[in-house]
Design a protein around this ligand. Structure first.
Ligand SMILES: NC(=O)c1ccc[n+]([C@@H]2O[C@H](COP(=O)([O-])OP(=O)(O)OC[C@H]3O[C@@H](n4cnc5c(N)ncnc54)[C@H](O)[C@@H]3O)[C@@H](O)[C@H]2O)c1
Length: 343
């Protein structure tokens, strides 16, 4: 019999394509008992598609009738906080989509409540589960990189402003490229620095392309309803003198359609992802080390399994509530710097 009863709140794309399949592959440990979404008919259709016994359009009723042990939250960003607080108050472990919340204060409250109630709060920042990133963290632990002192983290789309959904709606999303894409690589870069908190941040945001319009590679968007940044460039400096250069864009006049990569520079070696290459010295010569046998894996399944491990009290590399609170604080300070409210 599975250990945990799981419910999903939010029954859209990521629930359908990522969370439900991953949870169903962990059937020894998890049984999905319910889907709850704004539209009860759509929730019912999703439940039927995946053989889930119950569907709701009201979370309070879902808790009353199904009493889940853990909840996956995959609603729009502005609803992460209220649904996470409700779930934690109901005594459920929470696996929440990224970004953690809209504000640093919300993410802090979520983390504190989880701690107070002895529950797991974790975030779906699944790039942590790529073979490349795991190898990067093993290389760090192995001493191959020495002291990491600078990281370049990019998540750039050339013309990838989504032409659907609410990605350009400030009230629902809380921001643009940084909130949606940048958080993934910022999380990795912060992991490489043991989730230290920067003491100085300088950032700029832009919306030239978003507000003007133009050719889109992910559908067409309405420039008049473009309320977020299409690009965010930030420089983060840490008390130990390490630094991160973070670039994210929905739209940027650049060469490639998508450029998602990190470069990590350490005192003994450097690394580049994706794919993973190590830059080092071997027997007195400079060497580039490649890893041709690194296997692809199902990173969503691995991240969901890492969350379940955390719920079971096992070691896990899933993004924790505490890390999510730091991540959201950094995001808020980046936006603050861009608006000249933080220097
Ligand atoms: N980790 C990743 O790689 C990744 C990828 C895509 C999306 N996401 C995140 O997942 C979240 C959802 O994204 P999506 O693409 O699935 O969006 P979506 O629009 O496809 O789905 C959102 C769902 O939330 C439901 N919803 C809206 N208001 C609700 C309410 N009041 N009560 C209950 N349900 C409500 C909608 O009905 C819909 O089913 C976002 O936070 C997004 O940032 C993460």
């Amino acid at each position: 019999m599975p250990t945990f009863k799981a419910a999903l709140i939010g029954g859209g794309n990521i629930a359908d394509k990522n969370h439900i399949p991953a949870l169903q592959k962990l059937a020894d440990q998890v049984e999905i008992v319910a889907v709850c979404s704004r539209d009860g008919i759509k929730a019912g259709a999703l439940a039927q598609k995946h053989g889930i016994p119950h569907a709701f359009d009201d979370a309070a009723r879902m808790y009353e009738q199904c009493q889940p042990d853990l909840v996956v939250i995959s609603t729009p960003n502005n609803l992460h906080y209220p649904f996470a607080i409700q779930a934690l108050e109901k005594g459920c472990h929470v696996f929440c989509e990224k970004p953690p919340a809209l504000t640093a204060q919300q993410a802090r409250e979520m983390a504190d409540l989880a701690t107070r109630n002895g529950l797991v709060l974790a975030y779906n920042l699944q790039l942590r589960q790529t073979g490349e990133w795991e190898l990067m963290m093993r290389s760090k632990a192995d001493g191959q990189l020495g002291e990491i002192y600078h990281i370049k983290a990019n998540f750039l789309r050339r013309r990838g402003i989504p032409g659907w959904g609410y990605f350009t709606d400030k009230a629902m999303q809380g921001g643009g490229a940084l909130m949606d894409l940048g958080v993934h690589v910022l999380d990795l870069a912060l992991c490489a620095l043991d989730y230290a908190v920067p003491d100085r941040i300088l950032a700029n945001t832009y919306d030239f392309i978003g507000k003007t319009g133009g050719k889109g590679l992910m559908g067409s968007w309405n420039p008049e309803k473009f309320e977020v940044e299409d690009a965010c460039m930030a420089y983060l400096s840490f008390p130990n003198n390490a630094s991160i250069m973070l670039s994210s864009s929905f739209a940027l006049n650049t060469q490639t359609d998508i450029n998602r990569n990190l470069e990590v520079f350490g005192s003994r070696g450097g690394a580049k992802l994706f794919p993973f290459t190590l830059y080092t010295e071997v027997a007195g010569e400079l060497a580039d080390v490649h890893f041709p046998y690194l296997e692809d894996s199902d990173i969503q399944l691995k991240n969901t399994a890492a969350f379940v491990d955390a719920c079971l009290g096992k070691p896990s590399n899933v993004c924790t509530g505490e890390q999510g609170a730091i991540l959201q604080e950094v995001v808020e300070r980046i936006y603050g710097s861009a608006q000249r409210t933080e220097v």
